[in-house]
Design a protein around this ligand. Structure first.
Ligand code: F6R
Length: 607
């Protein structure tokens, strides 16, 4: 994670770097820093905590200079304090880094044996010292940087600046993203195009193994063999606007409320509502010919994929293997020739998901991805992409991206079912009609906000919560637990309702709220039996159901949240909303930092 910026400009760059870092705060927000070169002086300001603290520091003690680098951090090595904040210095060298240097301990020991003293606990500082030791041995800056890069193992995006050269920043990419921005007599480096959007939309995305020498007059790009390489310059569509919260208290609240609209946009992209058919969008494989689909993703995106598995297997009779990407990337799964791979990622930069994609590329299967950021690395490395039309998601906890991922997966299910001949034209029409109602049902679900706030008040007093569900409500139970723990810091677990009696039921007592997600579907009665088991042991049930379910639940609940009756196919999209709202209200009542919860970052570019 972490966001990095570099500017070789014409005017003082420190305020511009802070402005760009604001757009990168989603990549980490536990400390930040800026360094500039000004008339031969290399200087920096750093601050623990969010960017406002760095802005305050710069207000008190401004930095001059028309060349500089900046960083917003998500700590990997060393606690988030000012000493560990980037940029890191070693004599004439300043470095900002996103990623992890896996052989840093070995390099640090070697440098220490040469008499180098370290001032931070970070892995990044070894890079600065390695480059500085090259300079000490008589290498020119470019040669010293290249020699250091060749010694690094792990993942990195870097920007390096040298006292003595006020017209050069060296950048490098191996894993985390790095983009070069082309200006008029000014050049930029940034973790993504959005960070650079106010300055330029002419962008060159670097590939793994690229390193660059950026000067006011242009950029030279090299490979790890030291030879020049060509990379295309593109027009970025990234917007420079910092999206605001409108009338909402938090981005998360705003994004929850945007769902009827963004679900509608996404569905309209993949379905032809007027004809009641799934659209003929491009696919990098033929659903009629593949025998298996491997889905891989992380966190909430993984849970969207899990719901997709239920749908694709049920409606399209397509066997689906689904994995958490951090497991998939190392488990060496054999992929038969007639299979395809699908990756799901809001950011399109998640390191484990990207590594899984590259594993599948090596296995020679067609690669597709559901992504929200169309210029992301995962999008660029896929044979075909299925964009979600959620718009920028700023809240760290994913909400609208999740329901848009589900919307795309629902459309893909119909496309697969049609290609495999498992649904008739009438069934296709009926399922498309059901999906066309999803935005309306989502609006109705949002109206339950005040009732859900009441439930949230109950949750705000407890330390542990269980979520239960069957079938597609099981991934939703997992998602409910994930959302609650990440923003309210209450310990929560999700279980398949039928699995409770195989162990977790031991946890049930009068203190334990059990949230059951159970619309009145084919297996509602099975879930009711599981609720009875909880009630018999004194557990306090909070039921999220529909009108029919509320009538037929035949047991006392602590609270019941009643949604409109919705068709089974659409239910996971709609039931995601009360689950999100419950986590949101609980976090607000508990006074946590809802949009930027502790220890997290929006884009996870380390493994
Ligand atoms: C949870 C959440 C995370 C992300 C996960 C994957 O609310 O947002 O679990 O879903 O980090 O991120 P992307 O989708 O960017 O690959």
């Amino acid at each position: 994670m972490c966001g990095i910026v570099g500017i070789v400009g014409q005017t003082p760059v420190a305020p511009l770097i802070v402005d760009a870092l604001k757009r990168l705060e989603y990549r980490g927000y536990d400390s930040a820093g800026v360094a500039t070169l000004d008339l031969g002086k290399l200087d920096r300001r750093r601050a623990e905590g969010k960017l406002v603290n760095l802005e305050k520091r710069l207000g008190e003690e401004p930095l001059g200079g028309t060349i500089g680098i900046g960083h917003t951090r998500w700590a990997t090595h060393g606690v988030p304090n000012e000493t560990n904040a980037h940029p890191h210095f070693a004599q004439d060298v300043a470095v900002v880094h996103n990623g992890i240097i896996e052989n840093f301990a070995e390099l640090r020991d070697e440098l220490k044996a040469d008499g180098v003293a370290f001032s931070s606990q970070t892995d990044t500082e070894v890079i600065a010292h390695l480059v500085a030791s090259g300079l000490k041995n008589g290498d020119a800056p470019q040669a010293a940087a290249f020699a250091a890069l060749k010694r690094l193992r792990g993942a990195f995006a870097l920007a390096i600046m040298f006292r003595g050269d006020e017209d050069m920043i060296i950048g490098a990419r191996n894993g985390p993203p790095l983009a070069v921005g082309h200006g008029e007599g000014e050049m930029y480096l940034g973790s993504d195009a959005i960070a650079l959007a106010p300055f330029t939309n002419a962008i060159t995305y670097l590939e793994d193994g690229d390193w660059v020498v950026v000067r006011r007059g242009g950029v030279e790009i090299f490979g790890m063999d030291g030879q020049p390489v060509e990379r295309a310059r593109q027009q970025s569509v990234g917007t420079s606007l910092l999206v605001d919260k409108g009338n909402h208290r938090h981005f998360m609240e705003k994004e929850i409320h945007e769902q009827p609209e963004v679900i509608s946009h996404t569905l309209a992209h993949y379905l032809n509502f007027a004809e009641g058919t799934v659209a003929d969008f491009d696919l990098p494989f033929d659903f009629g010919k593949i025998e298996r689909l491997a889905i891989s993703a992380c966190g909430t995106a993984y849970l969207a994929g899990l719901i997709g598995k239920y749908w694709l297997e049920r409606y399209a009779r397509l066997p689906v293997d689904i994995d958490i990407a951090s497991e998939f990337r190392y488990r060496e799964m054999p992929l038969p020739k007639n299979s395809a791979a699908l990756f799901i990622s809001q950011s399109g930069e998640t390191a484990d998901t990207l590594a899984s994609l590259r594993y599948c590329r090596g296995e020679g299967v067609p690669i597709s991805a559901i992504v929200n950021v169309r210029e992301s690395t995962i999008a660029r490395e896929s044979d075909g992409i299925f964009p979600t039309l959620a718009g920028p998601e700023i809240g760290v906890a994913s909400t609208k991206a999740f329901t848009c991922q589900l919307s795309v997966l629902a459309a893909l299910t119909l496309r697969a079912a049609k290609a495999r001949g498992t649904i008739s034209a009438e069934e296709e029409q009926s399922l498309v009609r059901q999906l066309s109602e999803a935005p309306r049902f989502a609006s109705q679900a949002l109206k339950l906000s005040s009732g859900i706030e009441k439930v949230a008040r109950e949750l705000s007093h407890v330390r542990h919560v269980l979520y239960l569900g069957r079938d597609t409500n099981y991934p939703l139970a997992l998602e409910g637990a994930l959302k609650l723990k990440e923003i309210s810091y209450i310990h929560a677990e999700g279980y398949a309702a039928g699995e409770l009696k195989h162990g977790p039921i031991a946890l049930i007592d009068e203190q334990m709220p059990v949230i059951v997600i159970a619309p009145h579907d084919r297996i509602f009665e099975k879930t009711v039996s599981n609720m009875q088991e909880v009630a018999a042991r004194g557990g306090r049930i909070i039921l999220i159901t529909d009108e029919k379910g509320a009538k037929n639940a035949t047991l006392d609940t602590l609270e019941t949240v009643v949604l409109p009756d919705v068709p089974e196919f659409v239910a996971p999209i709609i039931y995601a909303l009360p689950v999100q709202m419950l986590a949101y209200h609980t976090a607000v009542i508990m006074g946590t930092d809802v949009d930027q919860p502790r220890n997290l970052a929006k884009s996870v570019t380390v493994e």
